[in-house]
Design a protein around this ligand. Sequence first.
Ligand code: ADP
Ligand code: MG
Length: 269
Amino acid sequence: MSERLAFQNVSMAFDTERGRLEVVRDLSFEIRQGEFVSLVGPSGCGKTTLLNMAAGFMHPTSGQVLLDGRPIEGPGSDRGVMFQEYGVFPWLTVRQNVEFGLKLKANTRGAAERQEIVMRYLRLMGLADFADAYPKTLSGGMRQRLALARAYAVRPDFLFMDEPFGALDAQTRSAMQDLLLGVLQREGKTVMLITHSVEEAIYLSNRVIVISARPSRIKRVIDIPFPFPRQQSLHDQPEFARLRSEVHALVMEEYEAQQRQNAGSPPPG
Ligand SMILES: Nc1ncnc2c1ncn2[C@@H]1O[C@H](COP(=O)(O)OP(=O)(O)O)[C@@H](O)[C@H]1O
Ligand SMILES: [Mg+2]
């Protein structure tokens, strides 16, 4: 597998009213072609900042983020991004929201073909009956599925997702995980996913990267050995349970460290 995305000794700091905030410190990792990599770590540790750099919306204070060996200058249609706060446009209908991404893509298609793609992905997400509705009339979960339809419809070869399933109930979440795995199986994408769910990270990924409390460093990289295609019954296997405890313990350590930081008290010892 060849290397697609590379963080090389990346550091990031923001100047804030309360002084300089160091968010990422000397962090390095790679994602190879076709890989699914999840980042887990405590809230506020810098995960979205990492995704913003990979998507080209921010540049590191030092170090480099490379895509196919070249420094990332800005956003590109080769990379699809799905944000935490989903970012659907309230002034466009469901159909127009999905179409929007397709129009931006360089290889503009004919209107008929575009409509066909839009409806295919709306059906996939169970939103076909709502094609002409406006987002404000949808539930939070439906808006999240709309954002997924828009991200998938563009068919970028690199997908960045920030808590994409957070607003969904447990059953829909499982269904959306399997749908994503299906899309990947067919379309062979590379994925970087941010999630709070250790189970979700293990179920979907080739590798799980545990990020430390702020500033972000890599605490541990865990290889997930299960072959694809995967099914939900994987959750019942002893090896899955073992990995879940291992990753969960690592995340909890960093969660507690982040809590101590947020409370402004120095770590013990
Ligand atoms: N543009 C910015 N300016 C100042 N501080 C920021 C900016 N973006 C993020 N931060 C701060 O950086 C830290 C990490 O944020 P973020 O990457 O969103 O964390 P996470 O996604 O892991 O919850 C937070 O303390 C946040 O307030
Ligand atoms: Mg975030």
